[in-house]
Design a protein around this ligand. Sequence first.
Ligand code: ZN
Length: 229
Amino acid sequence: MSKQTPIDVSLNPAASRATGFELARPNEPGTPKVDSAFARNRAFAAAGGHEGAVVFPNLRLFVITCLDPRVDPAHFLGLKLSDAMVVRNVGGRVTQEVINDVAFIAQITENVIPDGPMFEVAVIHHTQCGAGALADATFRRRYAERIGADEADLRDHAVLDPAATVMSDMERLCSAPAISQRVAVSGHVYDVLTGLVQTIVPASAHRKNGETAPTPATPQAGQIGFASS
Ligand SMILES: [Zn+2]
């Protein structure tokens, strides 16, 4: 996977086209169209789209990926309702908050699956990621001031080489004391130009002490709940 150049976040139209940041219809006013989404919701409910949903994901899958609208796992992974837990942030990075979320779900799951594997976390970074903007010193400094963060920490948040960042994030997740060894972790890159996901590190290759991550177990219906924990 080739390393990408930092994204030019200036107002240079050519740079915008090159990075996919241009508006789909530049001449249209930038008015949010949330009413359209709510109309789709009413159609969804009327068609019973919400029926049969379960709280423990059917694919025993926990996806961590970017919030980029081109990178919606409901589309590129074909996820249906109840198929997977999904956390999305800038770059799909494994932050402390994301580690805490995985730990939370693991703790919930431990109540109903006392032994054996629980679920697999798939960390998926992507090509042309806007998080590459954090490699630009001017952008990074302004953003650090805006959110009150340490600029040096933000540099590590840039996604320029998604295969490399996905491996470092896997390592961060796997080495976190809060994450049970019973949680499998894998790393992948989604190519926005081909629509294909490439596995960089399969789950079985990333366990400590050479152990293999087994296939996640299936809890019985109705076992997962928040009330008893
Ligand atoms: Zn992205």
